[in-house]
Write a protein that binds this ligand. Structure first.
Ligand SMILES: Cc1cc2nc3c(=O)[nH]c(=O)nc-3n(C[C@H](O)[C@H](O)[C@H](O)COP(=O)(O)O)c2cc1C
Length: 366
């Protein structure tokens, strides 16, 4: 299985399966001198973890990060950083029944066709367990971006099935089980998710992810466009079916006079571009929205075929998220941070001598 690495100057390589002994990653190209300790990973891994609320899968992982290399006396040394997380709550018997069946909507059939065999336990490498290591690697990227440039990333769930926030307050997002920006809707969402779980079905969700204080100039103008790399990074997350940058698909219905973000010495009047022009950051907030499909592993029976090509009825037991998007904000933040750090290093390598040129417009709001 190739292409397990991501990024150019900051390059992460992840390894491991859902039900193997451990998952891990190597973070290569990280500048020396960044202070990193095992406890730095706690907050984001907890935000991503399963089993924190009854609305997500009840798999309970401790997700303790072991730093194997690349850090000496609490600081990165510039050598490859090896991170390891042991799998502690894998119940492989949950998957015995589906080992010979292909779950509709999952990766079982395509893995089988490609490799001729597969590890069915928890979806093997196709499990979102792998995203733990992206989140871990991005803890380093987030720290570097914040310390060096004051760049911060944030994400929220901005739609669950047809439900949308009535109000929008970023301060509310971390205070509820749904990463939801309207605290007043928590009870409604609880009731909705309880009914969904009882029904055995699943729904999709939209995640909004942003980077603030990104300086102008990051991104390559042709094949390494910042928006192209963000889109590829988001699409590499399990269950993602769509990515929009800035106004995204709403741009289709906008007039040019409405879409263009007018400029004055006070800054940009709007941000339909999502902070990216010509593949390069404009200095505005980088804004992106990501569509997650509904979970495919359902306890509702459905038609499929088995590995012998025979028609069978599949029912998936085990612990599954009824809405995978509810766990995705930290993963989207991680991918955005990794892309931005990689692009920042590439910009520094080629254009580090250019320095700030005037006029530099104020960044403004998302
Ligand atoms: C955070 C997260 C958790 C997920 N949990 C589950 C799950 O419990 N059950 C499931 O069938 N799919 C789950 N998925 C989605 C599958 O990993 C994904 O649908 C599968 O690998 C097929 O890939 P694709 O949907 O990208 O085509 C999850 C995805 C994410 C992002």
């Amino acid at each position: 299985m190739s292409d397990n690495s991501f990024g150019r100057l900051l390059r992460i390589t992840t390894f491991g399966e859902s039900h193997g002994p451990a998952i891990g990653c190597v973070v290569d190209g990280c500048p020396p001198g960044i202070a990193i300790a095992p406890e730095d990973f706690r907050a984001d891994l907890d935000r991503r973890a399963t089993g924190k609320s009854r609305h997500t899968s009840q798999r309970h992982e401790a997700d303790e990060v072991e730093i194997l290399s690349g850090v000496y006396e609490g600081r990165t040394t510039g050598t490859p950083i090896g991170l390891l997380v042991r799998n502690t709550d894998a119940r492989s018997k949950d998957y015995a029944k589906i080992a010979e069946q292909f779950r509709p909507g999952h990766a079982d059939y395509t893995y089988w066709q490609k490799y001729g065999l597969r590890d069915p336990r928890g979806g093997g490498r196709s499990s979102a367990r792998e995203t733990t290591m992206r989140v871990a690697a991005a803890v380093i990227a987030k720290k570097w971006l914040a310390e060096k440039y004051g760049v911060t990333v944030r994400a929220c769930v901005s739609q669950i099935a047809d439900l949308r926030p009535r109000g929008f307050d970023w301060a509310a997002v971390e205070g509820n089980d749904f990463f939801w920006p309207d605290a007043g809707q928590a009870a409604e969402l609880e009731a909705y998710m309880d009914a969904l779980r009882k029904s055995g079905d699943s729904v999709g969700a939209r995640v909004e992810v942003q980077a603030l204080n990104v300086p102008p100039g990051w991104g390559e103008p042709v094949y390494g466009k910042l928006d192209a790399e963000i889109a590829a990074a988001m699409m590499s997350i399990n269950a993602v079916k769509g990515v929009e940058i800035g106004a995204g698909f709403a741009s289709i219905g906008q007039k040019g006079s409405e879409h263009r973000d007018l400029m004055s010495p006070a800054g940009f009047a709007s941000n339909h571009a999502g902070g990216i022009l010509g593949g390069i950051s404009s200095g505005q907030a980088v804004t992106c929205s990501v569509a997650f499909k509904p979970t495919s592993s359902l306890r509702l029976p459905g038609d499929t075929v088995d590995i012998h090509g025979q028609p069978v009825e599949v029912i998936t037991t085990g612990r599954h998220d009824p809405c995978v998007g509810l766990r995705a904000p930290p993963i989207c933040e991680a991918m955005l941070a990794l892309v931005l750090m990689d692009q920042a290093l590439r910009h520094r390598a080629q254009c580090g001598d250019v320095g700030p040129v005037s006029p530099r417009l104020p960044g403004g709001l998302p």
